[in-house]
Design a protein around this ligand. Structure first.
Ligand SMILES: Cc1cc2nc3c(=O)[nH]c(=O)nc-3n(C[C@H](O)[C@H](O)[C@H](O)COP(=O)(O)OP(=O)(O)OC[C@H]3O[C@@H](n4cnc5c(N)ncnc54)[C@H](O)[C@@H]3O)c2cc1C
Length: 451
């Protein structure tokens, strides 16, 4: 085995335009992501370590890496910014971690459609800045947008800021096409249209190494950040629904329970400790939200343009709420779910009655297949796996759809079920099963899905 790895490293060191990293501390750092938000995953993944990390500087060196993986049957796990929460970029079977950060250019902007072609390792913060030059912005981005890559978001993320309007990454219309390298006897760069790209969308890099993507963008707007005080949680839900059903533009809408607000960073401290609604809207929308608040006798604070704030509210939403809670106490973990339509508070009340302050509520307004819905990322004070499963079961029995953040596979987390097209794409583009092994559950029973 040692000889095989030494051979591999010798070979890699001779590939032009390839950075090879094999010092232990860097390899260890680049074999991890943010899986430690889950005590369940932490136990499983802490010992996982790649043999070597590589960073190709062009397509030729990437193809050469793919070829050696095929020839020597070496597992290959692609990594973007390494900000995933489910160990998506953690190499379960050692081998190579391939980092795409040299592929970081905006390649082309299509003025007629607003599409953009961008290399997969481009950080979303940088991409948004570049898009601004064309009067455009990203439709959707995770709260980690400053450090996460666009390729990692498509391959490993699901939605986030912007989901209130644009839904989720897998909704048709968000991903228009992509280019990817396969792992084969003669690896090549494949150019896939929107339909052909679908199986690689949210597949954790198990069926192709994405080199560039064509995605839709939105017209750039100035987004204003608003904080609304709500003494009553049910009322907070009612208000956010009034906002999502109003004829206004929204970028995000979140509700934080008072106990969560209390643990947010000091810059967010307010005199009145109560549940808070965090909303981003354009200037026109702010006027309507002010009117809704006046009618409902609620205090509203307009913090100003998000991009001009020292601290923006995008640092307090989506999984950044979890990040802020964990900054105070590492025993907080979280759940993810879509709440039952119009029975959101019934579920929350029922779980509050049973689990009290062990479970704190953080809601996000989203568009689910075009319908305004509320998702939740509640914070859970870690007890044990038995209690975690019991809570998820309680949520399911009350009508929630759970996206379990404590599992390793594509199917176990976001998708819920095996997508036969993802398995077929793996058969075509990675027939030896070398790409991110262990993450696509359907691959283990591929006979069921491949005719
Ligand atoms: C505090 C915090 C907040 C977060 N908020 C959100 C959120 O709002 N919404 C959300 O969806 N996620 C969120 N996440 C998860 C994560 O940050 C995002 O999904 C992010 O977009 C991942 O991008 P990345 O570049 O870090 O990808 P990585 O973590 O490096 O990789 C993610 C997956 O994509 C694969 N991959 C990466 N690049 C490629 C490529 N070029 N080709 C093929 N496969 C590839 C990897 O193998 C891995 O399976 C959050 C995480 C944290 C820690």
């Amino acid at each position: 085995m040692t000889n095989k790895i030494e051979n591999l490293k010798n070979y890699l060191n001779n590939i032009p335009n390839l950075e090879v990293i094999d010092n232990h501390s860097d390899v260890k750092r680049l074999s991890r992501d943010f899986y430690n938000y889950s005590p369940v995953l932490q136990k499983k993944l802490d010992s996982c370590l790649a043999d070597v990390v590589v960073r190709p500087k062009n397509i030729e060196s990437l193809l050469a890496v793919s070829k050696i993986c095929w020839d020597l049957s070496i597992p290959l796990t692609t990594r973007g910014g390494g900000t995933g929460n489910y160990g998506q970029a953690v190499p379960l079977a050692k081998g190579i971690v391939l980092q795409m950060n040299y592929f970081n250019k905006l390649e082309k902007y299509y003025p007629d459609s607003g599409f953009v072609k961008v290399q997969s390792g481009c950080l979303m913060g940088d991409l948004n800045k570049e898009l601004g030059k064309y009067g455009r912005e990203l439709r959707l981005f995770p709260s980690t947008w400053k450090t996460a890559s666009i390729g990692g978001f498509i391959a490993g993320g699901s939605g986030g800021i912007g989901s209130i309007k644009w839904g989720f990454l897998r909704d048709p219309g968000n991903l228009i096409g992509l280019e990817a390298v396969n792992v084969n006897l003669n690896p090549k760069l494949m150019k896939l249209n929107a339909e052909e790209s679908e199986p690689l969308n949210h597949a954790y890099g198990t069926n192709g190494i994405i080199t560039s993507l064509i995605i839709s963008t939105d017209v750039k707007q100035d987004w204003y950040s608003i904080v609304i005080d709500c003494e009553d949680f049910q009322n907070a839900i009612n208000i956010i629904k009034l906002c999502t059903s109003a004829a206004i533009e929204l970028k995000l809408g979140a509700i934080l329970e008072d106990e969560i607000v209390d643990k947010m960073p000091s810059w967010f401290k307010r005199k009145n400790l109560c549940h808070k609604l965090l909303i981003q809207s354009n200037l026109g929308g702010v006027k309507t939200i002010e009117m809704i608040c006046k009618k409902n006798k609620l205090n509203l604070e307009n913090l100003g343009r998000e991009d001009e704030l020292d601290h923006g509210i995008s640092d307090l939403v989506w999984n950044h709420t979890t990040l802020q809670m964990r900054a105070k106490d590492k025993n907080w973990t979280y759940l993810q779910m879509l709440l039952p339509l119009n029975e959101e508070f019934k579920l929350i009340k029922s779980l509050r009655d049973k689990y009290g302050k062990e479970l704190l509520w953080h809601l996000e307004a989203v568009s689910q297949q075009g319908i305004p819905r509320l998702a939740a990322l509640p914070l859970l004070k870690w007890n044990d796996e038995k209690q975690l499963n019991e809570i998820m079961e309680d949520c399911r029995s009350l009508g929630a759809i759970i996206f379990n953040p404590h599992v390793l596979t594509v199917e176990g987390g976001g998708l819920g079920v095996t997508d036969a097209d993802q398995v077929k794409a793996k058969q075509n583009y990675d027939p030896k099963g070398l790409l991110n092994p262990g993450k696509l559950a359907g691959w283990a029973e591929k006979e069921k899905f491949i005719d």
